[in-house]
Design a protein around this ligand. Structure first.
Ligand code: FMN
Length: 325
């Protein structure tokens, strides 16, 4: 039986496992340290700004139906200025490659300054060009010209050898065009999807309950649409640009589908964190813990690869399109 290799290279990042968390609910550096001890390939930080962001009014997360979550958190967090002590205390203890998610600033130059302030304390940076919950949060991800300029500016500001990830929004008119622009600018890796503006069902009444409507939609109900977006981006950029796929992933089967649409790695957000404690094992928690989920995910993925007769995620990349012809 061939050895199962669950690693991913991702432009030199070198992940032990090809899965990680999606940016967001994991928000405090001490939690990054804890999470890094679990079976994850990388740790992705909550999107950070220069200064503190208070976030939007509550309620900032509502359940639309069993399959869809609607959030309008609004990138709340201490900011680089408020995280100084934590940089020193926590970052050196993060045991997996740490990916800093950064908020695009007013201009590409201001975003470069922000990157300089981070002093390279990350293994990769992800430009979150796709947040629907702050003013202008999707501007860069919806305009090919801006996508290229910001990508270029960030790539220039980052130390060599540290990959730049560009996080795409599914709410762009042509996501393939934005992906190509980001790569032209210098992005080394693409990630997608961030939350959806709409999913083809009218939830407008319910969404008004959010402190800052309409928010962005995530959860298992977005999976099919997210897969389509990953496929579009893969077909636009081809095999050379690594892709981190996400959107509604709950099971190893879901993750395999993302690989088959062209992803090299995957991220899990809503299902991993919502209603699930990190590791306080409690018989009263029906969803189990984040740590337990990731242990099961590794075991399940190994079994699934054996069942499929493949030995690495690379063999599955883009298979959906090869088999379709
Ligand atoms: C509560 C919540 C907060 C989020 N915050 C961020 C964020 O700070 N930065 C970001 O790039 N994406 C953020 N996202 C988007 C997720 O990273 C992910 O792209 C999206 O939810 C789709 O994946 P999922 O269906 O597995 O949640 C957030 C999502 C949720 C549900």
């Amino acid at each position: 039986m061939p050895e199962i290799d669950l690693s991913a290279d991702l432009a030199g990042l070198g992940l032990e496992y090809f899965w990680m968390n999606g940016s967001g609910p994991l928000a405090m550096p001490p939690d990054y340290v804890m999470f890094s001890g679990y079976r994850t390939g990388a740790v992705v930080g909550k999107t950070i700004d220069i200064n503190e962001i208070m976030g939007n009014e509550t309620p900032n997360i509502i359940q639309l139906d069993p399959d869809h979550i609607n959030n309008s958190i609004g990138l709340s967090g201490a900011g680089i200025s408020g995280r100084k002590g934590e940089f020193v205390e926590c970052y050196p203890n993060i045991k997996k490659p740490y990916i800093e998610s950064i908020k695009p600033q007013e201009t590409p130059e201001a975003t470069q300054k922000m990157i300089y302030l981070l002093c390279g304390l990350y293994r990769a940076a992800e430009l979150n060009a796709s947040c629907p919950n702050v003013e202008g949060g999707m501007r860069v991800g919806q305009d090919p010209g801006l996508a290229e300029q910001y990508s270029y500016a960030c790539r220039e500001a980052m130390p060599g050898g540290k990959p730049l990830i560009f996080k795409l929004t599914p709410n762009a008119r042509n996501i393939g065009e934005i992906a190509l622009a980001a790569v032209r600018g210098g992005a080394d890796i693409l990630s997608l999807v961030n939350t959806f503006d709409e999913v083809g069902k009218d939830y407008s009444q319910q969404r008004q309950a959010l402190g800052r409507p309409p928010g962005g939609i995530s959860g298992r109900g977005i999976k099919e649409k997210a897969l389509e977006k990953v496929g579009e981006v893969y077909q636009a950029v081809g095999d050379k640009v690594p892709i981190i796929g996400m959107g509604g992933i709950e099971t190893v089967r879901d993750a395999v589908e993302f690989l088959e649409r062209g992803a090299d790695a995957v991220a899990i957000c809503t299902y991993l964190f919502l209603d699930r404690p990190m590791e306080i094992s409690s018989q009263f928690n029906p969803n189990g813990t984040v740590k337990g989920f990731l242990n099961g995910f590794k075991r399940g993925m190994t079994r699934e690869f054996r069942r499929l007769g493949v030995s690495s995620p690379r063999e599955l990349k883009g298979r959906y399109f090869r088999e379709a012809v």
